[in-house]
Design a protein around this ligand. Structure first.
Ligand code: HEC
Length: 411
């Protein structure tokens, strides 16, 4: 029962998280596009505002932007903040639900570092908090005055964090934390900078004073940062479905750097194009394609299966995995899993069409099977999701044998 509740909770949280993120990223794209398409209008003095026309849903919108102070302010002001807050909050609970509460399965890889669950969680949360403080400092420093300088330092910070996370967590744990760090920057920008600055501007306007223009500029800087982070952050969030991205610990920081830069450069293309189609920087696509192709080669060379396809010698094995003695399965279970699962779930799968162990789940040694005990319960006993479509012909009797073994292992 507990496993079912756990799984259902995870589904609900993910649902909420994805919907909120769609709303947030959607509004980020919308406003970046709107800002880019603004044109001078005779109704607002030069330098103080601009306007854009849009057609949508059967009507026409004339949208005006006042850079600082409009002549009057409507009391019905729509704020854009709960998309961001809901995304971050649901994402954080989801992170805790999956990676901290089930850390042995997803976050802690004993071959990397055998962390106790509370320590792993504290490390993850601590890194997110520290990461925000460092990022905020950088944005406020002189570096923050140059958009390119800030982008370069931000990319370096992301790469170094991915490296740091890959030294303590499992591959997927490292990628999800790198993504969570970027998402924390984004939500922090909204919560600590953009919204408070806008509040100050609104308060000044209501008092009939002229607001400090630097408040708007600072908010715009953070808003642009968020926009460049959107594509990379989404990839980090879905990365856990693609073990090729994290199979090689050594390649993780470089792969993260390459996909982050590629995603940001694609955003750059659209930001420029939306301002002026004639100036579309088509080179951005060449740069992004080269970045993603390089990441692919790194991922291939880093994975055991990829190396054997390329005819490269296997990499040295890391230290043998250690695991909970109670979960270590007896020989008849290891044999059963070898016969029904390990053709796909191995360092070098032999199943046609499977290049790396699906989702990074390896079931080719007793230790590995022991570590996956809970996932096996869910995929094979509680549901019949594995083997996929029962391609390897697992019998109900065999599922019963696994269930009997799992009865004896603690959650
Ligand atoms: C024919 C190849 C194949 C066989 C055989 C196979 N699996 Fe899988 N397994 C997959 C694929 C593909 C996925 C990824 C599914 C996805 O992306 O949703 C997967 C995913 C998994 C996952 C991770 C699920 C998740 O969502 O995190 C577990 C655990 C798992 N398999 C266990 C097993 C067990 C146990 C067996 C044997 C009883 C088995 N698999 C047999 C191909 C296989």
């Amino acid at each position: 029962m507990e496993s079912f509740v756990w799984e259902w909770g995870s589904m609900l949280l993910r649902w909420l998280h994805i919907v909120a993120a769609m709303a947030w990223i959607g509004s980020s794209f919308f406003f970046m596009h709107l800002d880019a398409s603004l044109k001078r209008t005779p109704e607002i003095p030069a330098g103080e505002g601009a306007a854009a026309w849009q057609v949508h849903g059967g009507g026409f919108y004339e949208m005006r932007k006042y850079f600082v102070a409009p002549g009057h302010l409507s009391p019905d002001l729509t704020w854009h903040k709960w998309q961001a807050y809901t995304t971050w909050l649901s994402g954080f609970v989801l992170l805790a639900w999956i990676y901290y509460a089930q850390s042995r399965l997803y976050l802690v890889d004993p071959a990397v570092m055998d962390l106790p669950a509370p320590v792993a969680a504290a490390l993850g949360i601590g890194a997110l908090a520290l990461g925000w403080l460092v990022y905020d400092r950088i944005c406020r420093s002189r570096l923050g005055e140059s958009e390119t300088g800030l982008a370069a330092v931000g990319l370096l910070a992301i790469t170094l964090s991915a490296f740091g996370f890959s030294q303590v967590f499992s591959g997927r744990g490292a990628l999800i934390h790198t993504g969570a760090l970027m998402a924390t920057w984004m939500a922090g920008n909204v919560f600590f900078i953009i919204i408070p600055n806008q509040r100050k501007v609104v308060a000044a306007l209501l008092k009939g004073e002229r607001p400090d223009p630097s408040l708007g500029r600072q908010a715009k800087q953070r808003s642009a940062q968020n926009n460049y982070l959107t594509l990379p952050v989404v990839l980090m969030m879905i990365a856990n479905h693609y073990p090729l991205l994290f199979d090689s610990k050594a390649a993780i920081p470089l792969i993260v750097a390459l996909v982050t830069a590629s995603g940001a450069v694609i955003r750059f293309f659209y930001n420029v194009r939306h301002a002026d189609h004639a100036r579309s920087p088509w080179w951005a696509w060449a740069v992004a394609s080269a970045g993603l192709a390089t990441a692919f080669v790194l991922a291939l060379v880093g994975s055991a299966g990829g190396r054997s396809v390329l005819g490269l010698p296997p990499q040295a094995e890391g230290p043998p995995a250690v695991t909970l003695a109670s979960a270590t399965p007896p020989d008849h279970i290891v044999e059963l899993v070898a016969g029904r699962c390990a053709m796909c779930h191995a360092a070098e799968p032999i199943w046609d069409g499977i290049g790396v162990a699906p989702k990074g789940v390896r079931l080719d040694t007793a230790e590995a099977i022991g570590r996956q005990a809970e996932a096996i319960r869910l995929q094979v006993v509680l549901t019949h999701n594995m083997p996929p479509n029962n391609v390897t012909g697992m019998t109900d009797e065999e599922r019963g044998v696994l269930a009997a073994w799992l009865k004896g292992t603690a959650r």
